[in-house]
Design a protein around this ligand. Structure first.
Ligand code: NAP
Ligand code: ZN
Length: 348
């Protein structure tokens, strides 16, 4: 074991604060990564504040990690010291179940998440990217395309794959009409990726001030959801809608936007249940489903796609000392469009 600086939530009601954690020395299959940037996902906030009722404290969030390899185990073949590396929401899985065999480690019943999962190496829970370094099995480490800005590439590891995976799964291509509900970290990545896939993209936002940004990010149209007339204009017209909203909202208003057999996929994870009415679903045979991040193979595919299309998140780079303030701003939907922590600030 060795010691690493980190920031942790000590309890659900306390602010995050500096601490020291223990990391394992790299075993034969491990890669040790010095973390350069870590994105701030709304899931970090849900977890730090125990909004999903499963948090173990102290909790070190962070699952949008990019950094530099500082050490590799004797059996590691895919990485060497000095390489760029990325880590997303998963650091292990059982590797034997049908989901793992099918490259869906994200649906493995025994997946180990990057933070707040039981850690067989330490006997505690896993600690995430708000930290100096991390040690991860090479099979769960991603390659970062060399042309991408690192601060903006970090959010691809969660916000990027969480939007790319359902867009691909539901066949979004040129000519499809796609809605993205909520223009935050996930939403703005959804817009960029759906645009790169050739879709006609419409953003649904509760924030009138985000209209110009939505168009700049790649949307073809923007609807402010409070405007019932604008909503009605789009009724029954969408092939696919990606819902990224982090809190309770009127999902029935979004469902009625779908055409016959259209699908709305929830990626947002509000802590309280949504009230779904039967009628928007049974009329027009619409479907409602969910999606959780993506498998490791698909995450690499997404990173390569973003490399080819020069896609990164629009980030506001912050020192880690601004973490608590960033959480408050994220709650107010005041982030353009992802915070990315410059880990050099951890040394200060
Ligand atoms: P975020 O940056 O805070 O964005 C959420 C957006 O939702 C806000 O910018 C806002 O957009 C909209 N919103 C917030 N509160 C709202 C309300 N009360 N009513 C209507 N709209 C509201 O969060 P994020 O990091 O993108 O994460 C979004 C959600 O996805 C979180 O619940 C997170 O835990 C979840 N998540 C899921 C996965 C997965 O694998 N499924 C992965 C990562 C994150 P406007 O200002 O445009 O309205
Ligand atoms: Zn996330």
């Amino acid at each position: 074991m060795y010691k690493a600086k980190a920031w942790a939530a000590p309890s659900a009601n306390a602010q995050l604060a500096p601490t020291t954690i223990e990391r394992r020395e790299p075993t034969a299959h491990d890669v040790q990564i010095e973390i350069l940037f870590c994105g701030i996902c709304h899931s970090d906030l849900h977890t730090a504040r125990n909004e999903w009722h499963n948090t173990v404290y102290p909790c070190v969030p962070g699952h949008e990690i990019v950094g530099k390899v500082t050490k590799v185990g004797s059996a590691v073949t895919r990485f060497k010291t000095g390489d760029l590396a990325g880590v997303g929401c998963l650091v292990d899985s059982d590797r034997t179940c049908p989901e793992c065999k099918d490259h869906h480690e994200n649906f493995c019943p025994n997946m180990v998440m990057t933070y707040n999962s039981p850690d067989e190496h330490t006997g505690k829970v896993t600690y995430g990217g708000y930290s100096q370094s991390v040690v991860v099995d090479e099979n769960f480490v991603l390659r970062i395309p060399a042309n991408l800005d690192l601060a903006g590439a970090a959010p691809l590891l969660c916000a990027g794959i969480t939007t790319y995976s359902p867009l691909r799964h539901w066949g979004v291509t040129e000519g499809k009409k796609v809605g993205v509900v909520g223009l935050g970290g996930l939403g703005h990545m959804g817009v960029k990726i759906a645009d790169a896939l050739g879709a006609h993209v419409v953003v649904f936002s509760g924030s009138p001030g985000k209209k110009d940004d939505a168009l700049r990010l790649g949307a073809d149209e923007v609807v402010i959801t409070k405007d019932a007339g604008e909503m009605q204009k789009h009724a029954g017209s969408f092939d696919f809608i990606l819902d990224t909203v982090s809190a309770d909202h009127d999902i029935n208003a979004d469902l009625q936007l779908l055409r016959r057999d259209g699908n709305l996929t929830l990626v947002g994870a509000p802590p309280t249940p949504l009230a779904v009415a039967a009628f928007p679903l049974i009329f027009a045979r619409r479907s409602l489903s969910g999606s959780l991040i993506g498998g490791i193979k698909e995450t690499q595919e997404m990173l390569d796609f973003c490399g080819q299309h020069n896609i990164t998140a629009d980030v506001e780079v912050i020192p880690i000392q601004k973490l608590n303030e960033a959480y408050e701003r994220m709650l107010r939907s005041d982030v353009k469009y992802r915070f990315s922590i410059d880990m050099a600030s951890l040394k200060a």
